[in-house]
Design a protein around this ligand. Structure first.
Ligand SMILES: *Cc1c(COP(=O)(O)O)cnc(C)c1O
Length: 411
């Protein structure tokens, strides 16, 4: 391989035009449609650079200073920086940055604290629990005995009286708080009290809000939970990956539960990219970003309500909004389809009442693009147009809106 100053994208185009076309297509799709998937964001070019670095070639099983492979001096430095930055950012005694994903982080937390067959109390899947919170299609539902708590059908909020009753009745070994769609913050102190009363571990699955926590725009679970599981790619704006935070007393168990129990060699380029993202999140600009994400979500939720959407819990404290479009004459899946045809990308989700599905969206990505209050009002109007079936006209307006806020500048 010769050393070249050619741009990596030009090189790929020359060598493999088929794949270059696919990647270009995805770049265009992201730039010309609205990314309102609640779990997505745009990483910085610096994070992408770390992902495309030579650390992608490196095997480094084990932990810094205790590796099963040679040549790990730079891998060790990268991981030590990532761990130190994560600990400082979240005020945690210990951080494991090797988990490949949010699900891998939860798997490791269970492996560290539980045995197969143990009872675990977590938010039920029909109310916004994640697959790893007891889905029969997931290892969690197969290997543990999950009991699900719900939300109040009228308010959409967690019913802490019910959590306490279920905890007293089932005496779980662990209680999990966290959700894929809850727009309001969990009351970590209430969960801690209930866990203490029944002698359970408290695991916070903060995959969604951890980026808001980093920016000081959401309460931190770190002082309350025994183990905090998280992703690095949602509001936190890092590479796809997982992370686990815990107190010193669980550090060794957590590390062994990640490697060698549930994973082999860590992805060192991803760990370097996590370090870059933690560095970005520690700066004052990120705090401004996190607060704008929440401000935009509140503005968008209010504007959607004005257009007739029923907003779960009446609003949001986070980047997340869930809404029932029934008053506009469509259910969640139909709404998702019409919005997709108009270039507005989001998911369906469970609603706190009945079996019908709603829509779930988030403001992390559009806020990274620089959109603010005026754009949120415009987006809400585009939702209403799209649901009325004005796909072509709305698609053109979405395209124009996106062109004003290119996620990676004009490149
Ligand atoms: C996103 C999410 C996960 C899983 O993250 P992956 O990286 O997709 O495995 C786990 N728990 C919750 C609550 C999530 O929102």
């Amino acid at each position: 391989m010769s050393v070249t100053t050619e741009q990596p994208t030009d090189l790929l185009r020359r060598q493999d035009p088929q794949l270059a076309d696919i990647l270009d297509g995805e770049r265009q799709r992201q730039a010309t449609t609205l990314q309102l998937s609640a779990a997505e964001n745009f990483t910085s070019p610096a994070v992408l650079a770390a992902l495309g670095s030579a650390l992608a070639n490196k095997y480094a099983e084990g932990y810094p200073g205790a590796r099963h492979h040679g040549g790990c001096e730079y891998a060790d430095l990268a991981e030590r920086v990532a761990v130190e930055r994560a600990r400082a950012l979240f005020g945690a005694e210990h951080a494991n940055v090797q988990a490949h994903s949010g699900s891998s982080a939860v798997l490791a937390a269970y492996a560290a604290l539980l045995r197969p067959g143990d009872t675990v109390l977590a938010m039920g899947l029909p109310y916004g629990g994640h697959l790893t919170h007891g889905s029969p299609a997931n290892f969690s539902g197969r290997w543990f005995d999950f009991v699900g708590y719900g939300v109040d059908p009228a308010t959409g909020l967690v019913d802490y009286g019910q959590v306490q009753r279920l905890a007293r009745e089932h005496r779980p070994k662990a209680i999990v708080c966290g959700s894929i769609s809850a727009p309001r913050h969990p009351e970590y102190s209430a969960f801690r009290e209930i866990a203490d009363e029944v002698g359970a571990f408290l695991i916070a699955d903060a995959a969604h809000p951890i980026g808001l926590v980093a920016g000081g725009a959401a309460p931190s679970p770190v002082p309350y939970a025994d183990v905090v599981c998280a992703t690095t790619h949602k509001v936190l704006r890092g590479p796809r990956g997982g992370m686990i935070l815990c107190g010193a007393e669980f550090a060794e168990r957590i590390d062994r539960a990640v490697f060698p129990f549930t994973q082999g060699g860590a992805q060192m380029h991803t760990i370097a990219a996590k370090a870059v993202a933690f560095g970005e999140a520690a700066g004052p600009a990120f705090s401004g970003y996190a607060h704008r994400v929440v401000g935009n979500a509140r503005t968008l939720a209010d504007a959607l309500a004005d257009h007739g959407f029923a907003i779960t819990t009446g609003g949001t404290d986070t980047h997340l909004i869930t809404a029932d479009p029934a008053a506009l004459g469509v259910d969640g899946p139909t709404a998702r389809g019409r919005l997709a045809a108009a270039g507005i990308v989001l998911e369906t989700c469970a609603l706190p009442y009945g079996d019908q599905r709603g829509i779930r969206l988030g403001t992390a990505a559009v806020t990274t693009q620089g959109m603010g209050e005026a754009q949120m009002l415009r987006i809400a109007a585009l939702f209403a147009d799209a649901l009325r079936g004005e796909a072509a006209k709305t698609r053109a307006e979405v395209n124009e809106l996106g062109r004003g806020f290119p996620p990676y500048g004009d490149q």
